[in-house]
Design a protein around this ligand. Structure first.
Ligand SMILES: Cc1ncc(C[n+]2csc(CCOP(=O)(O)OP(=O)(O)O)c2C)c(N)n1
Length: 807
């Protein structure tokens, strides 16, 4: 690992020290360039599948790396390899291991081969999932591919420093995360990606929040093939952003610009940027123009297709490393020969690192392939189809670059030749196959959720305790009282969102709490759902326990991309290297009209695997889930039932303590004829229907699922169907939505089909959004009458004599 973070501009350096530092930068630039060149070759010769590299962006990243300190965080994108090398956060060998998709954490610490090359990240967690001391290391949050998707998270990473400064007492206790809030968050983004809404939303948010971050725009004039004239008004992002610039009397950004080939200017620029961001704790934007992309966008195609001859000539002439070399010679820091020697040395270093990475990777696969061949041949010897099976083993040995899947395919094909046969060697082969499948499960499928001791599934349930008195209060008051206790117990909890602070939330679930705990604990934000989530992700990555509120479930759609691509994938894409225990709270299912009554559960369930999805039927249950989640290290979405805030509930005694287990259903009503499986606001509507059905002699077992992800971990629903032999899945999603999800979990996942005497049914909302008004609601969403009719019809078809038709 290399580290060029020593100051190359300080007046205190002797000439020799200064020269050494500059030549070190020149070396890293050359190594990085060489890594890009060799990386591309590796893809084109079939050793890797895809390559995207940081060539043309080297010099600015060296300059940026100089001020990056322990405790700081990067939130960047796939062009940043030089920065990663220069800060010591990545070695060249690790860079190549990622290109080859090496699944070992030791070889490829960013993602253990899960993310394609150019997607960086440091390991914030120990193997047991506990935090490392992030102040003793340089940190990179894990990249994602969607352009500008790194921006929302950057807000939270920078905001954490501001909040730590606001709470010196908390900062003192949070020694793994901060030194007095001094850390700066560094962001990078390509010029074309500034066309994304996420960029503008995040830029505005950081300007409002005034947080210590340096965001660099790497401007090479293209987004793949599309030039700046189709991307950016005036083709100049810093010119557009001047409206955000701070003035004498108004907060805003410090905006700096420079050219990507001008080393000395960039070093000065970044020194200035970092001093401002670190000391004044404000956002700085650095627009680095005139960058090049010597090998084009990626290995997917050549840039000759879309760049003019003139542009290609200019890119050649203004290549940043070439320019740095000219400058070093012109200012007499080094001779051409000295620099040539460094270039030659860099080639050797990179070649060696590449070779080491490849050998490590290939040897791992080869040893497994050899074992596979041996097991297949041994099984062949005991089979009547020996000849055919040996041929399979033979073709495996002939592969010059075997992959792990080749071994599995070979075993499965060999076993088909042995169908009906019994031999010890065949059993050994099957056992080996099972072992390999387990090993590959660990390589490719683990860490979708936390595997630490703080997994939400390991939080011990604590029963709700009620006082003797029967006093009832509004549901929203239960939540408010529970948050009050949590906020006083745990100083790292911060709750933010639209209208959350001053007025205490649109449904008063935080009423009075800002006045009690201050503006930095209960925080009003702008209307900016995606960056509210990013704010939460970044805060959670730096030790806070953030609760991000999305005002209504219908508006979660604005944030779903960042929840899905960033938060939900974080543990998985880093193979347990990073976590962001963010609680996302919202309210939904039922109120009024097209945009305040949605229940798009299937859309959420499909997008957010990696998060827990909880759908409490009332506010006490919701509080129980919050209490559980706050003891865990996992992200979750809790959807409060929007029409339940004024419904009366009892106030528990043990606020802040009672914990609802995740993945456990509750049987709300015992019954024998039909099982109704539902959640959220539908529970109450079903209760109404059940009362009406009982008048007609039909006994319904009502199950509140309450936790959609995870879902009924101990198979209680199948147990109920064993008794009733009939099931209706009910909710307010569209047809084929979350009811189908529940049906699959129960009928297939719990094998409940074998207990059914009657086809499983679903009852959902209509496929359009709910119309406004009480009648709009009634004719759009399932009502008690709809439930009555659905259940009665089932009973009538099952036993027409006992349940004659009604109409
Ligand atoms: C949301 C999204 N849309 C499209 C893409 C495909 N894509 C990958 S990189 C890229 C161009 C980005 O250009 P720019 O931001 O200028 O960065 P550069 O690659 O030039 O450094 C595109 C369109 C993507 N990754 N994400």
């Amino acid at each position: 690992m290399s580290d060029s973070t020593q100051n190359t501009t300080s007046q205190e350096l002797t000439f020799e020290e200064f020269k050494t530092a500059l030549l070190n930068d020149f070396r890293i630039a050359n190594e990085s360039r060489q890594a890009s060149l060799l990386g591309r070759k590796e893809v084109l010769t079939g050793k890797a599948k895809f390559g995207i590299f940081g060539d043309g962006k080297e010099i600015a990243q060296l300059a940026m790396a100089k001020s990056f300190k322990n405790g700081d965080f990067r939130s960047g994108y796939y062009r940043d390899q030089t920065f990663m090398f220069a800060t010591g956060m990545l070695s060249i060998q690790e860079f190549f291991a990622q290109l080859y998709a090496d699944p070992s954490i030791e070889a490829e610490p960013c993602s253990a081969g899960r993310m394609m090359n150019g997607h960086y990240g440091t390991r914030s967690l120990n193997p047991d999932g506990t935090w490392k001391d992030l102040t003793a290391m340089k940190n990179s949050s894990a990249d994602i591919s969607p352009t500008a998707g790194q921006m929302p998270r950057l807000i939270g990473l920078a905001y954490a420093s501001k909040l730590y400064r606001a709470f010196p007492e908390l900062a003192n206790e949070s020694i793994l995360f901060t030194r007095n809030g001094n850390e700066v968050a560094y962001g990078t983004i390509g010029d074309a990606s500034t066309s994304e809404g996420l960029f503008w939303e995040s830029i505005n948010a950081a300007g409002v929040l005034q947080i210590p971050m340096i965001i660099s725009v790497w401007d090479d004039g293209y987004g793949i093939s599309v030039p700046a004239k189709f991307q950016t008004t005036k083709q100049n992002i810093s010119e557009l952003l001047y409206g955000f610039e701070r003035t004498e009397d108004k907060n805003g950004y410090v905006i700096l610009t420079g050219n990507g080939w001008d080393y000395s200017c960039l070093v000065e620029l970044y020194e200035k940027a970092s001093i401002i961001a670190r000391t004044e704790h404000v956002p700085v934007l650095v627009h680095v123009r005139e960058m090049t992309q010597p090998q084009g966008h990626s290995t997917s195609g050549s840039h000759e297709r879309y760049k003019s001859k003139d542009r290609l000539t200019w890119e050649d002439e203004f290549d940043c490393i070439k320019k740095m070399k000219e400058w070093l010679i012109n200012v007499a820091i080094a001779t051409s020969e000295e620099l040539d020697a460094i270039e030659e040395e860099a080639k050797k270093t990179v070649n060696q690192a590449k070779q080491n990475a490849w050998n490590d990777f290939l040897n791992g696969v080869k040893s497994e392939t050899q074992q596979t061949v041996q097991f297949i041949n041994e099984a062949a010897a005991a089979s009547t189809n020996k000849v055919f099976i040996e041929l399979i083993a033979q073709s495996l040995t002939e592969l010059s670059i075997p992959e792990r899947k080749d071994g599995i395919v070979a075993i499965k094909k060999a076993l088909r030749y042995m169908k009906g046969e019994n031999s010890a060697a065949k059993s050994n082969l099957v056992q080996f196959l099972n072992q390999q499948m387990l090993i590959n499960k660990d390589r490719y499928n683990d860490y979708l959720y936390s595997q630490s001791e703080l997994s939400a599934l390991k939080v011990a349930p604590v029963a709700i305790e009620y006082p003797a008195s029967e006093q009832l209060i509004d549901g929203r008051e239960v939540l408010q009282a529970n948050w009050d206790v949590q906020l006083s117990k745990n100083k790292s909890i911060v709750i933010f969102g639209e209208d959350v602070g001053h007025i205490g939330g649109v449904n008063q679930t935080y009423a009075g709490l800002q006045a009690k705990y201050g503006e930095n604990r209960l925080i009003d934000t702008g209307i900016r759902e995606a960056s509210i989530i990013g704010q939460g992700i970044g805060l959670a990555m730096r030790g806070f326990r953030p609760v991000a509120e999305i005002q209504y479930l219908d508006y979660l759609a604005y944030a779903i991309q960042i929840l899905s691509d960033d938060l939900a994938t974080l543990q998985y894409r880093t193979k347990g290297g990073q976590k962001a225990p963010l609680i996302v709270t919202t309210r939904g299912h039922r109120l009024e009209g097209v945009w305040h009554s949605g229940s798009p559960m299937q859309f959420i369930l499909g997008a957010l695997r990696g998060m827990h999805i909880l759908v409490p039927r009332n506010m006490t249950q919701a509080a129980g889930f919050y209490n559980t989640l706050l003891k865990s290290d996992e992200p979750a979405l809790v959807i409060e039932p929007l029409n339940g805030y004024r419904i009366k509930e009892k106030l528990p005694n043990n606020l802040g303590e009672f914990c609802l287990p995740l993945g456990h259903v509750e049987v709300i009503n015992q019954g024998t004829d039909v099982t109704i499986v539902t959640y959220g606001s539908c529970v109450r509507i079903a209760q109404d229907a059940i009362n009406q059905l009982s008048e007609h002699g039909i006994s319904v077992e009502l199950i509140d699922v309450q936790s959609l992800l995870p879902f009924d971990l101990d198979g209680q629903i199948a147990e109920s169907i064993k008794k009733t032999n009939k099931v209706l899945f009910l909710d307010e999603d569209v047809s084929g939505g979350a009811t189908s999800y529940m049906m699959q979990k129960v009928i297939e996942g719990q094998n409940a089909f074998k207990y059914l005497d009657f086809e499983p049914k679903t009852l959902t909302a209509k496929d359009h959004r709910p119309a406004y008004g009480s009648d709009g609601d009634y004719f759009s969403k399932p009502s008690a009458e709809d439930i009555f009719d659905a259940v009665y019809t089932m009973m009538h078809q099952y036993n027409p004599a006992q349940y004659p038709f009604i109409n």
